[in-house]
Design a binder for this molecule. Structure first.
Ligand code: SAM
Length: 276
């Protein structure tokens, strides 16, 4: 049984392909490509003559058998139109089925629009959430932003230039003043990072309709800082509960859960209060 290689290809600049990717594309028996015409241009550029077969959104399930038949007698490389196969591109079903059938899956690292945009955005790279393309319907899109509003991670979306202003309007409505970055035409001549609030970016892209390929990044929610009560607040709460007849033990337990104090400290404060 051959190996299924997952081979990233450039997202614009043809120099962004690795030496290993070129060697694998040359050496495999077959390349399964999202669009054979797009991949043929890339392969011709690098003088690679490996046979191509199509594997795209609409034939991906029907194509599985043909790809596994090819794997019986040699290695196969999966490529998408641009970037990393399987990331908002076909690949997932094939990869899953290959693993289920015991085929060795070898992923190659390489170009990807989301990570390229993230590292250039200036937003927090420590933790992030890649959410793919947002829903096209405004209601569903807003609901998604509402669900993500409390996530303390940089949010990354792909979006088409035609829907960018609608998306920015919804970000403005739901997430208001969050820093937003629009990364456009990455690795290409007109590469652009535009930073601001959603309202500022909306004004810009309404005046200058965007072209090309776009990643939208939104700063994560600020981490929730736990509120820790001061001593007066703990004393007041203790007084109220003790006067209502609660035992010090129960009062300390309840107040500890609300105040950010540990139970023993509340208990000792209660003892002092009782003595005074
Ligand atoms: N598999 C690809 C990857 O690894 O990035 C993504 C494929 S997805 C179908 C295409 C989307 O990726 C575009 O609509 C755009 O949102 C984003 N994208 C791809 N190339 C880009 C580029 N050069 N600049 C900005 N965004 C890009």
């Amino acid at each position: 049984m051959g190996i299924l290689y997952l081979v990233p290809t450039p997202i614009g600049n043809l120099e962004d392909i690795t030496l290993r990717a070129l060697r694998v594309l040359r050496e495999v028996k077959l390349i399964a490509a999202e669009d054979t015409r797009t991949s043929r241009v890339l392969l011709q550029h690098f003088e690679i003559t490996t046979p191509l077969t199509s594997y795209h959104e609409h034939n991906k399930l029907a194509k599985l058998d043909a790809i596994f038949a090819a794997l019986e007698s040699g290695d196969v490389a999966l490529v998408s139109d641009a970037g990393t196969p399987g990331i908002s591109d076909p690949g997932y079903e094939l990869i899953r089925e290959a693993i289920a059938r015991g085929v060795t899956v070898t992923p190659l690292p390489g170009a990807n629009a989301a990570l390229t945009a993230l590292i250039g955005s200036g937003l927090n790279t420590e933790t992030f959430l890649f959410a793919g393309f947002p829903p096209r319907k405004p209601k569903q899109r807003r609901e998604l932003f509402e669900r993500l509003a409390h996530v303390p991670r940089t949010l990354i979306f792909y979006e088409s230039p035609n829907r960018l202003t609608d998306m920015l309007a919804d970000i403005d409505a739901v997430l208001a003043d969050r820093p937003v970055v629009v990364a456009r035409e990455l690795t290409k001549i007109y590469e652009e990072f535009r930073r601001g609030t959603a309202a500022e970016l909306l004004a810009h892209f309404t005046a200058t309709p965007p072209r090309g390929e776009i990643v939208v990044l939104i700063d994560g929610a600020p981490p929730e800082t736990p509120v820790i009560w001061g001593e007066d607040a703990v004393n007041d709460a203790l007084r109220e509960r003790l006067e209502a007849g609660e035992s010090l033990r129960d009062a300390a337990k309840a107040i500890a859960s609300e105040s950010g104090w540990d139970r023993k400290a509340v208990y000792e404060t209660g003892l002092k209060l009782k003595r005074s």
